[in-house]
Design a protein around this ligand. Structure first.
Ligand SMILES: [Zn+2]
Length: 330
């Protein structure tokens, strides 16, 4: 009996020793980083000893890479989530993909370069200001006397700068360049009438002659595009010709008469000077939303990009006039 027991005992001792060796091997073959060992024990301690589940950022479990994410605020072993402070923004990230995503974002931000960081750091207030005013800054570009052959060029530029505009057109030109009118409507611009003769002696003969010239253009546009517009601008603006009874007549006919509050003088300068004029007037203007008078001239188109660039780079939205807006009148 004794012999048998001894053999079993020896075998048992052998097995136990083997198990101990195996256990010791698995324990000591784990990463040597002291933080890692601390992390495991402190994680267990905090689970057992307290209700608090957050680990100290220094004691991150070894399964979690220590990415440079800015500041790690806390890591919850229960929820498997980390609260991170990345560039001033608090992010709740899961310990898996989201954290990786957060790191990627951080890397991308870093790659954006020192210049960008400087800009962000130095001008965060400025950026806010531009963002705020960007929503409010609107300008209404209006083009008179067309359409012409160069309308296509104007439309291309407007599209390039994501700009809307309003075209007040003469009936004979509408007939001559029907494709331009269609394109304007297709591109989402506003179309309106500017009369037929553009001759003071003819159009302002009576209130009815003004209405008739506008009606002629209105039916032309409607026939071409299907759009019945009531927007009008009278030649040379409403002063001094549009006396009260003239104005009553166009209102009665359902038209919305628009003047402007910034004359580009493109008809006078016929060079880039008109762009400088608009920018100067825009920057010294007391009013928020300006209606700019332009013409569909070759010389206007030649420098139009400069103007569109200015508005675009300065956070303006270039919008079209709508019939529900209260008209700007002299
Ligand atoms: Zn005109």
């Amino acid at each position: 009996m004794r012999k048998k027991i001894n053999i079993y005992e020896k075998a048992l001792i052998g097995v136990v020793l083997l198990l101990l060796l195996l256990f010791a091997w698995t324990m000591y073959s784990k990463p040597e980083d002291p933080n890692v060992a601390n992390a495991n024990t402190s994680a267990e301690k905090s689970k057992k000893e307290t209700e608090q589940n957050d680990l100290h950022p220094e004691n991150i479990p070894f399964t979690m890479p220590r990415w440079s994410l800015g500041t790690i605020l806390s890591i919850s072993s229960n929820t498997k989530k980390a609260a991170l402070l990345v560039e001033g923004e608090k992010i709740d990230a899961g310990l898996g993909q989201k954290l990786h995503f957060a790191r990627k974002q951080n890397e991308q931000k870093n790659q954006a370069g020192i210049a960008n960081e400087r800009k962000q750091a130095a001008g965060s207030d400025n950026n806010k200001a531009t963002e705020q005013t960007a929503e409010q800054k609107i300008v209404y570009l209006t083009f008179d006397d067309g359409p012409f052959a160069n309308s296509t060029g104007i439309l291309k530029l407007l599209q390039k700068y994501n700009a809307e505009a309003t075209f007040f057109m003469l009936a004979p030109n509408i007939k001559k360049y029907p494709d331009a009118v269609k394109q304007m409507v297709d591109d989402g611009h506003a179309v309106g009438m500017h009369g037929v003769t553009h001759d003071v002696k003819q159009i302002y003969q009576s209130p009815q002659t003004v209405v008739d010239e506008m009606l002629a253009g209105q039916s032309e546009i409607e026939a071409l595009t299907g759009v019945k517009t009531n927007l009008i601008r009278v030649p040379y603006g409403s002063k001094p010709h549009m006396k009260d009874h003239y104005l009553d007549a166009v209102n009665q006919a359902g038209f919305k008469m628009w003047d402007w509050n910034l004359d580009s003088l493109d008809w006078k300068y016929r060079n880039e000077e008109y762009v400088n004029k608009v920018i100067h007037d825009q920057e010294t203007a007391q009013k928020d939303e300006l209606v700019i008078l332009l013409h569909e001239k070759e010389t206007t188109l030649a420098h139009l990009e400069q103007l569109l660039k200015y508005y675009s780079e300065n956070g303006y939205e270039m919008k079209k006039i709508t019939e529900s807006m209260p008209p700007v009148q002299f």
